[in-house]
Design a protein around this ligand. Structure first.
Ligand code: F6R
Length: 247
């Protein structure tokens, strides 16, 4: 289903509340909430609201384990552009999540260690009972995570090559496209699909064209986000501008 909000603020507050509800339901049962998280501009206000819920309304993250979708490769965790830095700044530094509950793909591994790391990442998710919710943004190539065009619907966590458009879109953060890493480690489409609930968010006019393709276009590896049409656990959460080309 598709849900259109007047603006990204209202939408983000709603998504944050859904995450908070999962966390609280799990807390009551003495269980762990397993969250799949995204980086980039799209989820920033969701994280801001989660921080507010922690600081002002006592929401605790002590029973939360997180798995981030992706990280550039190679990437040092303490670099300005790393997704570790992004998550710390936007969420983890401001809540009470135990540091050892945070999982983000490791951008410092030697090539030959990546495959084993990716298998362990998958295994860790399933050993915790799977992701209770996965939040996603969408790239202009139609990627979810860093599953670029050509990604298989059953793909797992792996090393991928970034699309040229993705690197161009990231160039501002890196001070030029030539500084953007050419690779990343990402959860696969198949990894994402195993989540019990999936929310893809998109804001702004510049996402309208790809959102139309993702929601209404032919299902194809050319636009990996179209695979989400195959699941009834998926919700597309949009602002009016991102939804403006939908029929
Ligand atoms: C980020 C990720 C990407 C982004 C997408 C949109 O962890 O996996 O798929 O969600 O590139 O990026 P923004 O939100 O910056 O437009």
């Amino acid at each position: 289903p598709v849900k259109v909000y007047p603006g990204q603020n209202e939408a983000s507050v709603d998504v944050a509340n859904r995450i908070a509800t999962i966390i609280k339901q799990k807390q009551e049962k003495g269980e762990t909430a397993v969250l799949g998280l995204a980086t980039g501009a799209t989820p920033v206000r969701v994280y801001k609201e989660l921080v507010r819920l922690h600081k002002e309304e006592g929401l605790s993250f002590s029973n939360v384990v997180t798995f981030n979708l992706d990280e550039y490769y190679p990437m040092k965790p303490d670099a300005d552009q790393s997704y570790v830095t992004f998550m710390n700044k936007n969420l983890f530094d401001h809540i009470d999540i135990p540091k050892d509950h945070i999982n983000i793909p490791d951008g410092t591994l030697p090539q030959e260690a990546i495959q084993a790391f990716c298998e362990a990442y998958e295994h860790k998710i399933s050993s915790l009972g799977g992701l209770d919710i996965q939040i996603l943004g969408i790239g202009r190539t139609g990627h979810i995570g860093f599953n670029e065009p050509g990604s298989a619907p059953n793909s797992g966590t792996r090393l991928v090559i970034l699309d040229d458009l993705t690197r161009r879109d990231a160039s501002r953060d890196f001070g030029g496209k030539e500084n953007v890493p050419t690779k990343a480690i990402t959860m696969g489409v198949g990894t994402i699909f195993k989540a019990k609930e999936i929310i893809l968010m998109a804001w702004n006019e510049k996402k309208a064209e790809i959102v139309k393709k993702a929601v209404e276009g032919e299902i194809s590896a050319d636009i990996p986000a179209t695979f989400l049409q195959l699941s009834d656990k998926v919700e597309f959460v949009l602002d009016e501008d991102a939804a403006s080309q939908l029929t």
